[in-house]
Write a protein that binds this ligand. Structure first.
Ligand code: GLA
Ligand code: ZN
Length: 676
């Protein structure tokens, strides 16, 4: 049982708040700021994120600093019992900096230097940018180190993208030299004899580009790894003065779920707590089960990248967003579900973008706690207030965390390599969708699920599911073998065990180092278009195979189902291999989530795993957090229709009501229960 300390030491409650930009209202501060504090108190807001895009207000001209307004904001927050998540301003820079030092501007893949504008677009290498960031971060830390409002550091905002400027090219080459030592080792690792691509010097290497090299998989992979490294390094650079001057204040960077550009399992190792921004695309109908399924996966992933500690929902919209293709209004109850889902997955916060809606520019119609009407009567404000009230009643669960026995593997490096690979479905291999389908199917069976990558420790799990592990990173197959030999279960699929960490194919047959555990030889893989299907019968039910069908041979594994059609009729569609005290399953084709749910129901029961809830209708999912105050069970109806669930004996956390047996959940209802 793990009980974690509160994220902010002196605020031992669930944090409720959001991004706040009072500087946009500086000319009306006497009325607006005052109103903001009143509205915050009534909505149960106890934290606000400030300073996120404030650089041009903090340093309007080079070396001319204006902290007075932020002093006033910080004092006001402290006076109102609100903690600040104080940001470093590197997410957007002032115009004077771009004008005087063009090197801070990013260069794109086609080697064009961008103009001043937008945000999240600085060069990560530029010594000038780094020096400017270091200086302002130091000044912020010095100024607010003893301020009672300071609760946490919010580093930059949604790190992302990449820079291809000459400075970044030099750094990339240095990184390559460090990794490969000499140029021939690199040439061999990248298979550069192909198309006469052997380099004779590191100086000849350029980052991937549409006007240059794009088809060297070794290069592409190295560039992605380097870019992740750049963000880790930049983050460390940003927090150096903060850690030195305010060692007790935790730091985080707000992440973006399964954003493809950064390996968050790497960046996550640098964070004190992970935090992320969640914007579900609600449909308002039964499909919200999938919308919430995607969001459930991302919560587990975002918790996983920082070691499964209680994390933070840093941003979510209090009503409709403004950047989705269709920005639907949400039905009543959806906001509560969105916030409580985060808590259910282990978040100790529910935060929004944004606290007050701006009057101008591109986010003026994005949902906010306080709208242009300045009304406490609007739906968003009332719903946010209800979330605030509910959070205040959950303190017993603060700092508790899930202790799941099942993990699903999602690996960024694997995703990058597979995206590049040219075979089968050239452009859409559906890796993310497939991992999510397995994750969601396990949740449908009543389990909480962790998300790990291939570098994570697997020793605490009874079952690990590795869909499409095309790339096997060093040590992963060995960990799987240990897991299975000791009695665990490993589930693999088609397109697994094809290449090593340098993207070089395994020789002597796929799935390479996983062959022993799975007891198969994967000879060929068919790709089906949307109109083509195969079928198989398993446990008396007929299921559809789609998109991918691997043609494998049992080499010790037992056949559980076979294809019905095509020239590979009779080939295995599903196999199991007994290995040591455990089992390795191989699902040879892409299936529907219904098959996966049936499959996991049986396989988990055979493995002796107990679901959190035994009986629930489709649309209901649950999770558990365990801490010093007990075991907390969260039961969520993710659709806007009534659904039934059969509960174990529990009491509701908020009011101590006893509950057990069959219960009908209202649309989007979330129950927060304590196990007896
Ligand atoms: C992101 C950003 C915010 C804001 C929201 C809008 O998450 O971090 O600054 O732009 O999107 O949804
Ligand atoms: Zn650069």
């Amino acid at each position: 049982m793990a009980q974690y300390p509160p994220i902010m030491k002196d605020k031992p409650v669930f944090l409720h708040g959001g991004d706040y930009n009072p500087e946009q209202w500086i000319k009306e501060k006497d009325t607006i700021w005052k109103m903001d504090m009143e509205y915050a108190a009534k909505a149960g807001i106890n934290t606000l994120s400030v300073g996120i895009f404030s650089w041009s207000m903090l340093e309007p001209r080079e070396n001319e600093y204006h902290f007075e307004w932020l002093d006033e904001v910080m004092d006001m927050l402290a006076k109102n019992g609100i903690k600040a998540v104080l940001a470093t301003p590197s997410g957007a820079r002032p115009a004077w900096m771009a004008e005087k030092y063009p090197e801070v501007l990013r260069v794109d893949g086609e080697r064009r230097r961008h103009l001043f504008g937008a945000r999240h677009n600085h060069c990560l290498t530029s010594p000038v940018y780094r020096e400017k960031v270091r200086k302002i971060n130091t000044l912020l830390a010095e100024r607010y180190k003893n301020h009672p409002a300071l609760g946490m550091w919010h580093i930059s905002n949604e790190y992302g993208g990449e820079c291809h400027c000459p400075l970044c090219q030099e750094k990339f080459r240095a990184w390559l030299k460090e990794r490969y030592g000499d140029i021939d080792t690199l040439n061999d690792a990248w298979w550069n004899t192909f198309w006469s691509h052997r380099y004779s010097s590191f100086d000849q290497i350029e980052s991937p580009s549409a006007i240059g090299e794009q088809g060297s998989h070794g290069l592409n992979l190295a560039w992605k790894r380097f870019t992740t490294q750049q963000f880790c390094d930049f983050y460390d650079w940003e927090i150096e003065p903060l850690k030195r001057i305010t060692p007790d204040i935790p730091c985080t960077a707000n992440l973006m779920g399964n954003y493809p550009g950064i390996n968050y399992f790497e960046l996550g190792r640098h964070l004190d707590r992970s935090s992320w921004d969640n914007y579900p695309m609600w449909t308002g109908d039964a499909r919200d089960a999938q919308v919430m399924g995607l969001s459930a996966f991302r919560h587990d992933l975002m918790r996983g990248v920082c070691g499964n500690k209680p994390y933070m929902l840093m941003e979510s919209s209090p009503s409709a967003t403004n950047w989705q293709e269709i920005n639907r209004l949400r039905k009543p109850g959806a906001l509560m579900l969105q916030g409580m889902q985060a808590v259910a997955h282990g978040s100790d916060t529910v935060q929004y973008f944004q606290f007050r809606k701006g009057r101008g520019s591109s986010e003026k119609f994005h949902g906010a706690v306080i709208s242009h009407d300045n009304s406490m009567e609007n739906r968003a404000y009332k719903e946010v207030s209800a979330v605030g009230k509910r959070l205040s009643e959950l303190t017993a669960a603060l700092g508790s965390a899930p202790e799941n026995k099942i993990a699903v593997v999602y690996d960024w490096e694997n995703a990058w390599a597979m995206k590049d690979a040219q075979f089968g479905h050239r452009y859409n291999k559906q890796y993310d969708e497939t991992v999510i389908a397995h994750h969601n199917a396990l949740m449908r069976c009543g389990y909480g699920v962790d998300v790990v990558d291939e570098t994570c420790d697997l020793s605490g799990y009874k079952m690990v599911v590795g869909p499409m592990t095309y790339m096997l990173r060093p040590g992963f197959a060995e960990k799987v073998k240990v897991l299975v030999e000791k009695g665990g279960v490993y589930v693999s699929t088609y397109v697994s065990g094809w290449v090593n960490e340098e993207d070089l194919c395994f020789m002597n047959g796929f799935p390479g180092p996983l062959s022993d555990v799975l007891g198969i030889w994967d000879e060929e893989t068919d790709a089906l278009d949307a109109t083509q299907h195969n079928h198989f019968i398993w446990e008396g039910e007929r299921y559809e195979a789609r998109d991918w069908c691997a043609l494998v041979h049992a080499k010790g594994a037992k056949l559980l189902a076979e294809y019905e059609e095509n020239f590979y009729k009779g080939y295995p569609a599903l196999l199991v291999n007994e290995c040591g005290k455990g089992r390795g399953y191989y699902i040879a084709c892409r299936t529907s989530e219904d098959f996966l749910a049936d499959f996991y129901k049986k396989v988990t029961a055979e493995a002796g795993l107990e679901p959190l809830v035994k009986k629930m209708e489709y649309g209901v999912v649950c999770t558990e957090r365990i801490g010093a105050n007990g075991r907390f069970l969260f039961v969520m109806n993710t659709v806007p229709e009534e659904k039934k669930v059969t509960l174990p004996a529990c009491t509701e956390i908020e009011n101590g009501n006893e509950m057990a047996g069959e219960v009908t959940l209202a649309p989007y209802q979330v129950l927060m229960l304590k196990r007896k």
